[in-house]
Design a protein around this ligand. Sequence first.
Ligand code: GTR
Length: 373
Amino acid sequence: WMNSRRGEILKLFEQHVYGKTPTNLGAPKFEVTATKMDALGGLATRKFIHVSLPERPAWQGMDVMLYLPNGVKAAPCFVGLSFGGNHAVSVEKDVPLSTRWMRESKDKHIVNHKATEATRGSESSRWPLEKILKAGFAVATAYYGDIEPDHADGWKEGLRAAVSRAGVNTTWRGGEWGAIGAWAWGLSRIADFLQTESQIDARHLAVIGHSRLGKTSLWAGAQDERFGVVISNNSGEGGAALMRRDFGETTAIITKVFPHWFTSQYANYAGRAAACPIDMHMLIALAAPRPVYVASAVEDQWADPRGEYLSLWHAGSVYRLFGRVGMPSEQMPGVDMPVQTDVGYHIRSGKHDVTDYDWQQYVKFADRHLKAH
Ligand code: GTR
């Protein structure tokens, strides 16, 4: 598996779904721009790190926010991107407001695609920082829009254009990476920085993401073996959900509405998923034997909970090659009844979101798989 098949499948995902991640972008540069030892009332040390590519100066770079639990010598770390920026993840007033392009929101707190003060903490319910830090974990996060703004033309302003030879027309050429590929690349650069941070146990990183960023964490975890635990929260189509089940969002719908997320080839499977040589259980299997956690929500039928579960179930045959245990049954566990073996799954009551309940399971899973050894 490790010597031949895994590499073949990785290539198939590059070719058919996400595109190939360039490896010639040069070494990233990391500058710690601020450190606060008594963040969150003394619970944590908070750092900001600006990540840039000196050989590719057209990319404006990414600002990582890192919370380290005070009193923990070498902390395992959750790594994930946000939808709203660092100032939306944290409620702390001195976190700089992102000045980058933001998606408009119903609450009208994004004006002309720019964040306003009213968006501070708007994503904090999805990032229960204090609970995670109190459990002894660090958190490293960055805004996905720093890597590439999430709209059809975002590639023109983001990393993909900045690193392309022509600077234009990079997106739709066969084999080239989509936005998910670019975001996943960003997660790996955060992992690069964490290798240099003495308060982090860099052998113990968990990559996490919700929804489109859950697709991203699966792809990052598939490519980058430094992520010792891989977590997909409600990732749905193009993530954990099997393509061959036409339920909820389909390949046809996602490639029409979000063509920029994928490599161009993926759209050729609209309405003909069976023609694609791979399906999403193989994406999960790329992480094996590293533990993967897939989570669904009852009211998130758009993401096809059963399709998400079946991917994890079918990946079990690869875990078995390593003497590991996948899901115990093809039947899904009951609502709010998490199952944790060498992989994890739950279907939570409620809607498409990341909640404290989800994090409770992830912390337990990471405790077991990252802290024990
Ligand atoms: C939906 C999309 C899903 C999921 C979600 C999200 O509109 O259809 O695939 O990614 O967005 O990211 O919130």
